[in-house]
Design a protein around this ligand. Structure first.
Ligand code: LLP
Length: 404
């Protein structure tokens, strides 16, 4: 994304033309950006040669998943719905891992019958349920055991998952117990040790601590895991000059870990692959000027993009047509929803804006559209995929039919 003659361009497409042709609000994805992110991710871990399973919860658009599958990735799913979309997108079942604390018997049976790669179990009861399913279908099931390493990921409180106060994973002592109990099971094959400590992580230190916890489990249990699933969580730069994760340091530590334990690595990244490849294009409906604030009222709201309301998450907002003016007054970009949290960004100054102008909310490719709702009975935002100078409508109606 860049400006040419003050007009915003995504790949080769001027954004104001998208607004004119397709209307707003609309999610726009850049294929090239997605591809670059995937290649970068792979490059960061070349020596490890991991199985990369895209976290479908970050973006479950069928067309996006198909592109991701074509680029060689697998999928990390957390529900029957996500599993169906991943399979429909032609992601190979042997590259699909199933995570989540609350998989039902039916979901487990469905996944097992599809012969997916791995089910990551998170509790004693779940493991027993998987075992029952295996008995029923008369086939052993490959599982991972998810460890809760009690590591603070130093990220937004709401998206940390690896502390004992979080519902995720099993505490050390229970992991040992379950390995002992099930290592010779006829129905379960403990193939993997898994972990995921949180999202939007920007330091390698929590990851190093996490590796230490995994090491302890492997060394003490003396169990031979074939895979270690390190989850996802790699943070991105939302435009606040965030210090980013040091991939080199993380990758070096993993290399040592792999050598020592002779295991294969799985990753489950979501945000780091698709986050900065998505833009939410919107139009200014009204500008309401009060003494202190210019309220910029957009045609998109928290129903389309929940992150600012839910986590006070920062998303930059940029104009589709730049000008060189600067209005030194607080600008608050808000949506039309009847909630005071329906607010995207507040800035001390902005260029001169007019009603009818288009703006773009940045970095919404991950946890954007997937968290949207019809609150206030608002229509769903459309979606398009931009590939060079081509634009494809990639709405969901068709592929989501008959999923449930
Ligand atoms: N694996 C597991 C087991 C997960 O729970 C998650 C994310 C991921 C992988 C992918 O994490 P990522 O690489 O995308 O950070 N809605 C929040 C984020 C919730 C993340 C939930 N789990 C947000 O908008 O920031």
């Amino acid at each position: 994304m860049f400006y040419r003659k003050k007009k915003l361009i995504i790949e080769k497409v001027p954004v104001h033309k998208i607004a004119r042709q397709f209307g707003t609000p609309i999610y726009c994805y850049s294929f090239n950006q997605l591809k670059r992110n995937i290649l970068n991710f792979k490059r960061n871990f070349t020596k490890i040669r991991p199985l990369i399973c895209f976290a479908v919860k970050a973006n479950n658009n069928y067309r996006i998943l198909s592109e991701i599958g074509r680029l060689g990735l697998g999928a990390d799913v957390v529900s029957r719905g996500e599993l169906i979309v991943a399979l429909k997108s032609k992601i190979h079942p042997k590259k699909i891992v199933f995570s989540g604390v609350g998989k039902t018997y039916d979901e487990i049976e469905f996944a097992a019958r599809k012969k997916i790669f791995l089910i990551n179990a998170e509790s004693q009861s779940e493991i027993e349920t998987i075992s029952k399913v295996a008995k029923k279908i008369k086939r052993s099931i490959d599982i991972g055991i998810r460890l809760n390493p009690n590591v603070d990921a130093k990220t937004i409180k709401e998206i940390t998952t690896g502390k004992y106060s979080n519902k995720f994973g099993l505490i050390e002592k229970d992991v040992f117990k379950l390995i002992k109990q099930f290592k010779n099971s006829k129905y379960l094959n403990i193939k993997c040790l898994s972990v995921h400590i949180g999202s939007q992580i920007t330091s390698h230190i929590p990851y190093i601590k996490m590796l230490r916890s995994l090491q302890k489990i492997i060394s003490k249990s003396k169990y031979r895991f074939e895979y270690v699933d390190l989850g996802g969580g790699m943070g991105i730069n939302y435009g606040k000059n965030t210090k980013l994760l040091d991939y080199k340091k993380y990758s070096k530590e993993i290399e040592k870990f792999v050598k020592k334990n002779n295991v294969k690595i799985i990753f489950e990244p979501g945000r780091s692959l698709i986050g900065n490849a998505g833009y939410l294009l919107s139009k200014i409906i009204y500008i309401k000027k009060t003494n202190k604030i210019n309220f910029i009222i957009l045609d998109t709201g928290m129903n389309d993009l929940m992150r600012p309301a839910l986590y006070k998450a920062y998303h930059n907002i940029i104009p589709v047509k730049k000008n060189s003016s600067k209005i030194s007054k607080r600008h608050e970009f808000v949506g039309p929803i009847c909630e005071s949290t329906d607010k995207f960004l507040s800035l001390k100054s902005y260029q001169k804006l007019s009603e009818g102008d288009n703006i773009v909310i940045c970095d919404v490719g991950a946890y954007g559209k997937v968290l949207s709702s019809n609150y206030n009975l608002r229509k769903n935002a459309n979606e398009i995929l931009i590939k060079s100078s081509k634009v494809f409508k990639i709405g969901r109606k068709d592929h989501l039919q008959n999923i449930f």
